[in-house]
Ligand binder design. Sequence first.
Ligand SMILES: Cc1ncc(COP(=O)(O)O)c(C=O)c1O
Length: 427
Amino acid sequence: MTSLTGAAHSGLIQNKIGAKLPVVERAEGVWLYDSEGKDYIDGCSGAVVANLGHSHPHIVDVIRKQSAKVTFVHRGAFASSSMYRLADRLSNATGMAGVWLVNSGSEAVEAAIQFALQYFVELGRPRPRFLSHRRSYHGNTLGALSLSGHARRAVLGELALDFNVLPDPYSGAPVDELLAQVRAELERTPGQVAGIVFEPLSGATLGCVPLPDGYLQGLRALADEFGTLLIADEVMTGLGRTGRMLACDHWGVRPDIAALGKGLGAGYTPIAAALVSGRVLDAIASGSGSIRGGHTYGGNPLSVAVADAVLELTLNLGLADTALVKGEWLSDALRQLAEKHPMIVDVRGCGLMWGVDLARPGGESAAAAPIGERLRQAALAHGLVIYPTTGGFNDACIIAPPLTITEDELQHLVDRLDAALTEVESA
Ligand SMILES: Cc1ncc(COP(=O)(O)O)c(C=O)c1O
C-alpha cells in the first residue's frame, strides 16, 4: 500500500502511525526476543501486566487444555465451573463479596461507575455525580477518561462528562487540608455524589506515586459520613503487584467497589473485573436482582480458566510477599542509580511497582523529545523495556518487572538501565 506522501506503509493503524517497532518473536520468563535475535528484559511487564512472566509452562498448559474443551459460550446461556472457581478465589483473596467479569481495565472502571449508579437507584435515591483526581488514569472509554485529566482526555473535547475534581493529593499539601477540601466538595453537592474514584498509586499518569499516608483513611471516613461509595481503581496495583492483593490494604482501607485488570490475565488473556462489597451486592440482589450491562466476551470460559490458574499460581507462589522483598532490593538499586545520575530526581513506589522522575540533562531545550520517551528508546537499545508516563504532567518511567524475576535478572535490569541513563545524559 502507498500513502499520500508516496511512502510504502501497512494498513495497520498504530498509536504512532507508521512506527517502526521491533517485531517480537517469542518470550520466556522476563525475557523477550525479537525477529533479529536481540534479547530484552521486560522491565515493566509490558504495561504492568505480565506478573508471572511470559510463557509460564503451567499457564500455557491450562490454555492448551481449556482451548481443547470449550473456549466460548455466552454467560447469559451457560456458566462454567472455572467461572465459579475464579469468583470464589478472587473473593477470598480480596475480601470483596461479588465479582463481575469484563475484558479490559477500562471496562472494569465503566462497570464500577454503573454499579455505583445502580446501587443508588436500587435504594430509590439516584445520585448522578463522581469525584476523582485530575492527575490519574482510569482508562480510555468515555466515562473512565472523564474521570481523569490524562493527556488522552483531549480527544473527547466538549464530550467529556462533567465530573467534579478533588484537590491534588500529590501536591505535597497537608492531608488535613486535602480532606477539608474533599469535605467542602461533598457539602457543596449534598446527596449527589455516587462515588469517589481513585488510584492507590498513580500509575500511567505520574509513575507510581502513592497517595499520602492518612489520605485514604480520611476519604473512607468522609465517604461513610456522606453515604458515598469509595471506588478503588486497582487495575494496575491489584493482585500482588504492590505487595498486597489490593494496594488499599497498605492503608487498611476496604473500598466498596474495586476495578481489576492487567494482572488478572497477566498477559495470557484479556480479562478484568469489577469487585463489589456485600453492601453493594445486597442492595442489588434484594432490589431488582439483575445487572443490565455486560460485554460479549465477559466471563468467557477460556479467559476465566486462565485467570483462575494465574491467580492460583500467584497465591501458591506467595508472589505478593515476594514483590515486597524484591521491591526493597530494586528500590535500593534505583536510589543508588539516582546518586550517580542527576537525571533521576525522585524514586518512589511500592512492592514491584517503581517510578523514577526525570529531569532534562542540563542546558537542553524544552522542545527536545520528552525525556521519558528518550530514556525508553535508549533502554530499548540496551535490551531493556521500561514504561514512560503519558499523562502530560511529568517525565517519568515505570520499572515494574514480572513478580517472578530472579535476583540475577534484577541486577541485569539495573545494569541496562544504568547504561541507558549514561547514554541519555551524555548525548
Ligand atoms: C489505573 C488504570 N485504570 C484503568 C486502566 C485501563 O485499562 P485497559 O488499558 O486495560 O483498558 C489502566 C491502564 O493502564 C490503568 O493503569
